[in-house]
Ligand binder design. Structure first.
Ligand code: MV4
Length: 494
């Protein structure tokens, strides 16, 4: 096992990784930027090093500085978390040069899966179903028109270097195709420095279902079931659940086998996710994420596997925890991402000071958070401040438990996505599991109305809680109590 792991990340995921380190009795090293001097993760770590200015290029994206601190602190491994350098193959190369183990898959695999045409080709070769279309970049407009015709409209033009929704355009008829190709090429060229685009069939109302993969360095690969991630907005997931409401044993067997085939074909190691689009009974490989993901806790809860500990153990050379037959799905888990954003103003970021804070608890509730009372959320990074995760034996009970936990969650001082989550949990279509990737847009009006109701209800609770959370009043209350005690003592002496 490693002696010391440097966590090249911040916020809740840095704490998540350090918690795993502590349980494995491995020391943890935090790196923190100017803006993170007072952040919880920097205090939680066994050792903390200031890395530089707040801007990511001077801190969490600065490979040279990170390697430098790893050497200075004698860390023998680096965990990149998600985001920042998690899917940057240069970090792996630099780690190798310096004899530091990077906890994750090989750099060559990260690179191959980052290029969508390459990944699609590899998956086709592995016999994993891919979306009908080309796995070549299109070389001329004429060729593009022919390809689109043979696939049948609607089609989607995608940038090979794309991902996360940047660099793609749907096309419903031939008239729109030329402009779509040209604009996608130009977006791709300026965003990624690679103008390669390809065309595939556009699936109009798919569900996003993904499979958690784990593979050790001895060649054992398992999947840890599925997650439904259709509730998202502008390619930012907001709610995830495991398993998918539509999952059956047969479908899980088929999709899980495809996910394992995908991973084994590319000699995948460590934790990864195979994303599928599911539509009308069919499923297709979409992308592979070569990192631990934000939503990993829901999988941990239904499978009872600590994915981060497993990542670390596998990187240290251990065999994987369990065989496929050992993996059982138990109950239902839901995660709500709590962002410092105003859901009534188009989810505008709302950083600032948390003036009141109490997180929910009780049976079946987990909170992975990076914040605390009186913490000021910096504006330099993404707005996710915590994840609320619940478990229950059934999906229905999990929804009710999530409603209960959301009502217990008190965050004052900044606007959060909590009202949005309350509105979704109360939404009939969500309760019925009628989901696809357009859910938030499709039900915009109903969600909005629900949110306004919820916020009005919350106002009453906020007023009730004010006396508990306003420090001035609390101090006043305590001193009043002490004062009357002193008085009574004096009175009895007389
Ligand atoms: C698609 C699609 C429909 N058909 N491809 C969005 C992110 C990018 N990585 C791939 N994406 C999509 N590709 C075909 N052929 C619909 C989406 C899509 C989507 C996928 C997953 C989760 C949310 C989404 C939201 C909008 C569009």
């Amino acid at each position: 096992m490693f002696d010391k792991i440097l966590v090249a990340n911040r916020g809740e995921i840095a704490i998540r990784v350090m918690r795993a380190c502590r349980e494995l009795e491995v020391d943890s090293v935090a790196i923190y930027s100017d803006a993170d001097k007072t952040s919880l993760f920097a205090k939680y770590a066994d050792e903390s090093y200031h890395i530089g200015e707040s801007t990511p290029s001077e801190s969490y994206l600065n490979i040279e500085k990170i390697i430098d601190i790893a050497e200075k602190s004698k860390a023998d491994a680096i965990h990149p978390g998600y985001g920042f350098l998690a899917e940057n193959s240069n970090l792996g190369k630099e780690c190798e040069k310096h004899g530091i183990k990077l906890i994750g898959p090989k750099g060559s695999v990260i690179e191959a899966m980052g290029d969508k045409i390459t990944s699609k080709k590899l998956m086709r070769a592995a016999n994993v179903p891919v979306i009908p279309g080309t796995d070549k970049g299109i070389s001329s407009i004429d060729q593009g028109i022919k390809i689109a015709e043979s696939i049948g409209y609607p089609v989607i033009v995608k940038a090979s270097a794309g991902g996360g929704g940047i660099g793609m355009r749907t096309v419903y008829e031939e008239d729109e195709l030329v402009r779509a190709i040209e604009s996608t090429q130009s977006v791709a060229s300026s965003a990624f420095g690679d103008s390669t685009v390809y065309i595939e069939k556009y699936l109009e109302e798919p569900r996003h279902i993904e499979f958690q993969i784990m593979a050790d360095e001895q060649g054992n690969t398992i999947h840890l079931a599925d997650r439904e991630c259709s509730i998202q907005r502008r390619h930012q997931k907001l709610i995830e659940e495991a398993p998918s409401p539509i999952m059956t044993e047969d479908l899980r067997e088929r999709m899980g086998s495809a996910a394992i085939k995908a991973a084994t074909h590319i000699d995948y190691t460590n934790a990864g996710t195979v994303e599928f689009l599911y539509s009308n009974g069919d499923f297709y490989f979409l992308e592979m994420n070569t990192r631990i993901q934000v939503e990993h806790p829901i999988t941990e809860i239904i499978t009872n596997v600590d994915l981060v500990k497993e990542q670390i153990k596998i990187a240290a050379g251990n065999e994987i925890c369990c065989s496929q037959e050992d993996v059982e799905v138990n109950g239902h888990a839901i995660e709500c991402r709590i962002n410092a954003e105003d859901p009534l103003s188009d989810f505008a970021p709302n950083p600032g000071k948390i003036t009141g804070y109490r997180s929910p608890g009780g049976i079946g509730v987990r909170v992975d958070s990076g914040v605390y009372m009186n913490y000021t959320i910096p504006s330099f990074y993404d707005s996710m401040i915590s994840k609320l995760i619940v478990w229950s034996p059934s999906r229905n009970d999990a929804i009710n438990r999530m409603k209960r936990a959301l009502r217990e969650y008190v965050i004052l001082g900044v606007k959060t996505t909590i009202p949005f989550h309350k509105a979704i949990m109360n939404h009939e279509a969500f309760q019925q599991g009628r989901l696809n990737t357009h859910f938030v847009d499709e039900h915009h009006k109903g969600i909005q109305d629900n949110m306004e109701k919820v916020i009005a209800q919350d106002k009453e609770m906020e007023n009730r809680l004010k006396s508990t959370f306003l420090p001035g009043k609390k101090v006043a209350a305590i001193s009043a109590a002490v004062g009357s005690y002193m008085k009574s003592v004096q009175t009895s002496k007389k």
